[in-house]
Design a binder for this molecule. Structure first.
Ligand SMILES: [Mn+2]
Length: 285
């Protein structure tokens, strides 16, 4: 089985289909996909992207973790976040006849997944992990959040999501895993770009010399990030034309390699964005 990890799709369903067609042409049915999350929003095909990923997941051919935009859709459905078109493009999911199914499906997606590539354990997460966490700690914290998001009673999910991260460790862990880019002193973290390179979450993570690797997304401004133990796959397909070029990136680790996270690594496919997708918040059509 060839593992294939795919960066932030954000409704770029045509580019996603191109990657999957290429995978089928090359590997037949001998591949499995890991998505870094953010399947929806900003791009033109949120519903289509969900359908494509859902079909693969339900057939046991893919796994995905929850991203901040996926959670944003859940927040909107629960009345906790307004949708602001034209920037937010995921209203089509909430207006579809299957809206409640999609919300149920999304809130049961994991926050982090782990596995093994060759001899190397790895974690798949949307944005970041705490630099000090080992795989057991990530698993434990992810399962605790998933239990809250997957609760039987939707009202308790709403209560959890509306809670103050300063008072709920699980709510803070959730935000960290889907939003974090920088770590500051004293265990604090931020969604913002780091002011200094050593404040990037993964720089602090690297200093711990963990035995596991991390596959992640969420950081389009940083772009493709290939470092020992780290594969950052958000290359901003949906931001194409916003002052830069955007691609959808897939990482195909070589299963024969002892350390899949070693560098250099030529195992990437990139599909160019078909057109400019990003609509400026003000003055857009
Ligand atoms: Mn994101």
């Amino acid at each position: 089985m060839q593992p294939i990890f795919v960066g932030d799709v954000q409704g770029c369903a045509v580019e996603l289909q191109e990657i999957l067609d290429r995978a089928r042409a090359r590997f037949g049915s001998g591949f499995e996909v890991g998505f870094v999350g953010d399947l929806v929003n900003r791009g033109p095909g949120s519903l289509r992207a969900l359908e494509i990923v859902h079909e693969l997941v339900e057939r046991g051919r893919a796994r995905t973790v929850l991203g901040n935009h996926d959670l944003g859709l859940l927040l909107a459905a629960l009345g906790l976040r307004p949708l602001r078109p034209p920037l937010d493009t995921m209203l089509e999911v909430l207006e579809s006849p299957d809206a409640s199914y999609w919300i149920e499906w999304l809130r049961h997606r994991p926050l982090a997944l782990d596995g093994r590539l060759g001899e190397r354990p790895y974690v798949l997460v949307h944005a970041a992990v705490h630099p000090a966490w080992d795989v057991d700690e990530i698993r434990r914290r992810a399962r605790a959040i998933e239990a809250r998001l997957g609760a039987k009673d939707l009202e308790s999910v709403r209560e959890f999501l509306a809670s103050d991260p300063a008072e709920s460790p699980e709510r803070d862990d959730l935000d960290r895993m889907i939003h974090c880019r920088s770590v500051l002193g004293g265990g604090r973290w931020s969604r913002d770009e780091p002011e200094r390179k050593d404040q990037a979450w993964h720089a602090a993570w690297l200093r711990r010399a963990h035995p596991y690797g991390v596959v992640y997304g969420h950081w389009a401004v940083q772009g493709l990030h290939v470092a020992p133990g780290l594969r950052g796959l958000d290359t901003g397909c949906v931001h194409h034309g916003r002052g830069r070029s955007g691609q959808l990136t897939a990482w195909l680790p070589d299963p024969r390699r002892k350390d899949a996270f070693a560098i250099p690594d030529a195992g990437f496919w990139q599909v160019q964005a078909r057109r400019k997708y990003y609509i400026e918040a003000s003055g857009g059509p």
